[in-house]
Design a protein around this ligand. Structure first.
Ligand code: GRF
Length: 233
């Protein structure tokens, strides 16, 4: 079957992009990256794309007189490349309603907290300051409000007593890399529908024992202690 064509938008180091590139290398992975766009010329992640032979483009927002024209350029490039799903991966520009509407339910983002908690920047610092015992990450469809939209997948990460923002970011990032590929796979396999602005997932399964949702069944098969080991019955 034809693979779903992804366009990935980045601004920085691109570790989530790298995780998607690695996932796409799997023969059975149902998506491929056809274009990577950075809005900053020095974005480190561009190197990962180039290494993998994926076309890259720099569309520097400063080269455009306003957001609309910057986003028009993004839109045209994505269309030209035949992109079917846009993945924001550390893309640090807020997108206008106009752009979001053009890619409605075909535009996803990864955020390093358990949304709707801790939207915005500096999530790990704020989680620690608040004293939350759990944090995590979320992949969601993008809506015009910041870090808002139907949730596709989340992973939960416990906060350790001796965590600082850096150590927490590192553990959350590891889970980001897992759930971004999981969410893309689910969409590419048409196992995700948005109904009344909420995601209904079918036949979901998480790849390993971390607390990742959606899972297939509320309870694993009899005797199984880990719901993620559940197999369809
Ligand atoms: C990640 O923590 C992601 O959740 C957030 O920005 C960061 C990007 O990291 N939106 P990277 O560029 O993918 O390494």
């Amino acid at each position: 079957m034809a693979k779903l064509k992804l366009g990935v938008l980045i601004s920085g180091r691109g570790s989530n992009l790298k995780a998607l590139i690695d996932a796409c290398k799997g023969d059975d992975f149902p998506a491929e990256i056809v274009l990577v766009i950075a809005n900053l010329p020095g974005a480190g992640g561009l190197g990962y794309a180039e290494e993998a032979g994926i076309p890259v483009q720099v569309i520097h927002h400063r080269d455009f007189p306003d957001r609309e024209r910057f986003e028009d350029e993004l839109h045209q490039s994505l269309k030209r490349a035949g992109v079917e799903l846009v993945c924001l991966a550390g893309f640090m520009r807020l997108l206008t309603e106009n752009f979001v509407n053009r890619w409605w339910d075909r535009l996803i983002n990864i955020h390093p907290s358990l949304l709707p908690a801790f939207r915005g920047l500096h999530t790990h610092e704020r989680v620690l300051e608040y004293g939350a015992r759990f944090t995590g990450c979320t992949v969601h469809f993008v809506r015009p409000a910041m870090d808002d939209g139907p949730i596709i997948a989340q992973a939960v990460v416990p906060v350790a007593l001796d965590d600082d923002a850096e150590s927490l970011a590192e553990r959350v990032l590891r889970e980001e890399h897992t759930i971004y590929a999981l969410a893309v796979r689910m969409i590419a396999e048409s196992r995700v529908r948005v109904v009344q602005d909420r995601v209904v997932a079918q036949g979901a399964s998480a790849p390993r024992g971390a607390l990742i949702s959606p899972i297939l069944h509320r309870h694993g098969p009899r005797g199984s202690r880990n719901p993620h080991d559940a197999k369809a019955r």
